[in-house]
Design a protein around this ligand. Structure first.
Ligand SMILES: NC(=O)c1ccc[n+]([C@@H]2O[C@H](COP(=O)([O-])OP(=O)(O)OC[C@H]3O[C@@H](n4cnc5c(N)ncnc54)[C@H](OP(=O)(O)O)[C@@H]3O)[C@@H](O)[C@H]2O)c1
Length: 164
């Protein structure tokens, strides 16, 4: 059960429109934090913001491109203007999944290649890819007082992929 351990705190999550970012933003909202939801997709951000508010939480959505410094500065400024503080920044936005120049990734291969998916899953001792909520739980813990003596650690949350 999640307590309101983040009540009065403000948590900014980039890449909050889907996946790990959205799952993380939900956890912080359940724990009482005001969420600053950022990504390029305004529609999905608005959907999550409404979901959080409907559950009694607090959130704002800010369309942001993290590849644009001015956009990120605007994001932080709006967060502080709105809530007067910023306690947590989950810098989650990003893309992955291809060791090749982006322009060479074909439509067929992009973020849905079944062969690659099976190869990766085959190397995970736990035998399945993570649900976004499983990653969100680790992020949440790292940002909480429960991790008060943890500094600068790289924490594998990978079903044993790196260290079986
Ligand atoms: N899933 C994995 O196995 C895995 C493994 C290692 C690392 N990661 C990393 O963990 C993070 C989240 O992964 P995920 O699986 O949740 O990815 P995802 O479902 O593809 O979501 C990526 C998020 O990043 C946002 N984003 C991408 N480029 C952005 C930009 N320029 N500005 C603002 N937002 C941007 C996207 O939002 P918009 O499109 O709306 O902008 C989306 O919300 C990523 O950084 C990923 O590289 C994931």
């Amino acid at each position: 059960m999640i307590t309101k351990q983040f009540a009065g705190k403000v948590a900014l999550v980039t890449g909050a429109s889907q996946g790990i970012g959205a799952a993380t933003a939900r956890l912080f909202a359940q724990a009482g934090a005001a969420g600053v939801l950022a990504s390029r997709n305004e529609e999905e951000l608005a959907r999550l913001m409404e979901e959080i508010k409907a559950s009694g939480g607090e959130a704002m959505a800010v369309k942001t491109d993290v590849a644009d410094a001015a956009s990120v500065e605007r994001l932080v400024r709006r967060a502080v203007e709105t809530y007067g503080r910023l306690d947590i920044a989950v810098n989650n936005a990003g893309i992955g999944g291809g060791n090749m120049p982006l322009v060479k990734v074909s439509n067929e291969r992009w973020m849905s290649d079944e062969q690659t998916r099976q190869r990766i899953t085959g190397g995970i001792p736990m035998g399945h890819l993570a649900d976004p909520s499983e990653i969100a739980e680790a992020i949440f813990w790292l940002c909480s007082d429960a991790a008060s003596y943890v500094t600068g650690v790289t924490l594998p949350v990978d079903g044993g992929y790196v260290v079986p």
